[in-house]
Design a protein. Structure first.
Length: 185
């Protein structure tokens, strides 16, 4: 065999395709792209309130008081990644004690945001953009991946530009940033 690394890459891709197929994914989205309804969103801040929307929980996380989602305070922890690299790799290392986290999170708590969740960052009160990052540090001016696959072309996924707020679909082979999110514990 001339290219053993190509063989193993093909094996990994086929394995991931099998796992996604077994998880009940629809044609509209990958398994991570399920809208998560947040019931009973807490409007209180047990940390430092930044504007009217963001709660710096002083543990490496920022809570969005409008959705109840908890965002990694540093969205610059990884270099740019291809879309298919965001699912298996970074989240295996993200937990309490990594990237400044002191939130008691465990492996598996963090995930890629959906298109709806990522877009919500850039609109509404105290919208987040590259030039107005609010309580976040290290925000990049480029595109950030979402977990949402384009419904009519599974080779594309949605991303959000943090400089302009533009939402576009891009080939999954593009190199964009990742900004992890988790549900409130």
């Amino acid at each position: 065999m001339k290219h053993p690394s190509s063989f193993w890459l093909l094996c990994v891709v086929l394995f991931l395709a099998f796992v996604f197929a077994q998880s009940g994914a629809t044609d509209d989205a990958m398994p991570l792209d399920q809208d998560r309804q947040v019931s009973g969103v807490s409007k209180t801040c047990d940390g430092t309130l930044v504007g009217s929307r963001w709660c710096d929980q002083r543990n490496g996380t920022i809570k969005d008081l409008t959705t109840g989602l908890v965002w990694l305070q540093r969205p610059d922890c990884w270099d740019r990644l291809r879309w298919y690299e965001i699912l298996p790799l970074p989240f295996k290392r993200l937990r309490h004690g990594t990237f400044g986290l002191a939130d008691d999170s465990k492996w598996g708590d963090w995930r890629a945001p959906t298109r709806k969740e990522m877009t919500a960052l850039t609109i509404g009160p105290d919208a987040i953009r590259y030039k107005s990052p609010g309580p976040f540090t290290g925000l990049q001016s480029g595109y950030y991946w979402t977990a949402t696959t384009k419904a009519d072309n599974r080779k594309y996924a949605w991303s959000v530009n943090m400089l302009s707020g533009a939402v576009i679909s891009s080939p999954k082979s593009m190199m964009y940033y990742l900004w992890p999110v988790r549900n409130e514990n």
